[in-house]
Structures are given as structure tokens and as C-alpha cells.
Design a protein around this ligand. Structure first.
Ligand code: ATP
Length: 239
């Protein structure tokens, strides 16, 4: 069974259609990257998958569950990390993870979940500092830990490395790799073609609400006779 299947998915905001019939599948255990310009429709697509935004037409299923008719089931097996996510600034990192884990579990199961979160965040003794003293990179690691500690089957991440410096972006990518190698399927959006090239097993390129390319980075580069995904994108957009 595919982890995720989109069939002819459309989304209109009022009269304006922002997503024009996207179809794609993501296989279990894969890291799948959605790439495209500002306003291409990446966030809209990720929010529909996350059950947060209604689909105008078409279907999306997550591990066989329809997001429109079985949204409760879908919410149990996904986690969504929005680009602008934040944490409660007055809490320590540990208190934040404990608070968030209490929505999912209690007793020993909750402690296990928090332990997993602390391992993923890897903040050392700073886990006991207040969140408002964290750097952007530390904050992002805490948020990823929060998203992954309940062990979702599908992790949905929007621009997870945006605004991070080289070292922090590198570390976040390492965390994503380790999440995927533990069996979690990941769908993420990014503007950074270099990052997607290094990290993703397959990518979907979106241009103005249309999926214009789909495939493994190396296959796409071979098909277009170029060395980078960026060149593939430019060639595909310019025709
Ligand atoms: P970015 O990389 O800048 O985050 P994106 O690829 O995630 O862009 P979306 O945020 O999905 O793009 O936006 C797709 C289109 O839908 C854009 O034209 C945007 O202006 C429009 N749009 C997004 N949200 C709304 C909304 N709530 N109401 C009206 N139009 C919207």
C-alpha cells in the first residue's frame, strides 16, 4: 500500500484555483520533496494532506484512509509541522515536550514519548532552558521532536530548514534522514533544490498549481541531461 496517494486534487480559494489537479503517490519509508516557486501551491497541498484544508475536488488517501471522509483516522497517523510553527516561549524545552505528549499518552507511555522527543531534539542540558532563549536551529529541532515523538506513520513538513544556517540545516536534514530510516514516511516542501537533491528519494515539482515533474532526482537530471535539480526545474518551467 502507498503511504500517500493524491488523485486529481484541486483547491480553489474563492473563484481562483490554486492547485490544478495534482496526482502523485508517496511510497512507504520514502522522503518525498515538493519543490516550486513562492505561491506554487506547496503549502496548500500539504495542508490538504494534513486534513486542515478542505479539498475542492479529487481525493487524498493516507495509508488507505481518505482524508475527507476518515479525517480522524488520518490525524492519528500523521504529524504536520507548518513553516511558521512555534512553541510556548515561557516553557522549557522539556516542559513543552511533556505538555505536548500529554495530548497523546499518559504514564509510562508518555514518559517514553518524551524520552524519544528529547533524543530527537538532542539539545543536551539546554532542554531545561526556556524556549525563548533558543536559537532558530534549536527551536526547529524541538519542533521536529514534538512532531515525531508520537511516532506518526507520515510526517508532513513545510519548509523545515528555511531560515536556518548551514550547520543547523545540515543537522535538521540528518534528523529527517534518521526519522525516515526508522520507517517514518516523510513529505516535505522546500525551495532549496540542493537540499531536496541530497535528501529526497523522489521529488514533485509544482509550478503555478500544476505538478510538472515527478521522479527520483538522479533520473530527472539524466532525463534533462543536466547536473543539478535546479537546471531541471528551469528547463521544465521554460519548456
Ligand atoms: P511559498 O513557497 O511562498 O510558501 P507555496 O508554494 O506554499 O508558496 P501556497 O501558499 O500554497 O504556495 O499558495 C498557492 C496560491 O494560493 C498562491 O497564489 C496564494 O496566494 C494562494 N493562497 C494561499 N492561501 C490562500 C488563502 N487562504 N486565500 C486565498 N488565496 C490563498
Amino acid at each position: 500500500m502507498d503511504a500517500l496517494e493524491l488523485r486529481d486534487v484541486r483547491k480553489s480559494y474563492g473563484q481562483r484555483e490554486a492547485v490544478h489537479g495534482i496526482s502523485l503517490t508517496v511510497r512507504e519509508g520514502e522522503i518525498f520533496g515538493l519543490i516550486g516557486h513562492n505561491g506554487a501551491g506547496k503549502t496548500t497541498t500539504l495542508r490538504m494532506i494534513s486534513t486542515l484544508l478542505g479539498i475542492t475536488s479529487g481525493t487524498i488517501s493516507v495509508f488507505g484512509h481518505d482524508v475527507a471522509t476518515e479525517s480522524e483516522e488520518v490525524r492519528k497517523i500523521i504529524s504536520y509541522l507548518p513553516e511558521d510553527a512555534g512553541a510556548y516561549k515561557d516553557m522549557t524545552g522539556r516542559a513543552y515536550l511533556e505538555f505536548m505528549a500529554s495530548f497523546f499518552a499518559s504514564g509510562e507511555r508518555k514518559d517514553e514519548m518524551v524520552g524519544r522527543g528529547m533524543e530527537l531534539a538532542d539539545l543536551g542540558e539546554r532542554i531545561d532552558s526556556k524556549v525563548d532563549t533558543y536559537s532558530k536551529g534549536m527551536m526547529r529541532r524541538l519542533l521536529i521532536a514534538r512532531a515525531i515523538m508520537p511516532s506518526p506513520k507520515l510526517a508532513i513538513m513545510d519548509e523545515v530548514t528555511s531560515g536556518l544556517d548551514v550547520i543547523n540545516a545540515y543537522e535538521v536534514r540528518s534528523v529527517i534522514r534518521s526519522i525516515a530510516s526508522s520507517g517514518v514516511t516523510v513529505i516535505m516542501s522546500s525551495h532549496n533544490m540542493f537540499e531536496v537533491d541530497m535528501l529526497c528519494d523522489r521529488v514533485g515539482m509544482i509550478d503555478q498549481g500544476n505538478l510538472i515533474l515527478l521522479g527520483a532526482p538522479d533520473d530527472l537530471k539524466k532525463e534533462y541531461g543536466v547536473d543539478t535539480l535546479e537546471e531541471v526545474f528551469v528547463k521544465a518551467v521554460k519548456g
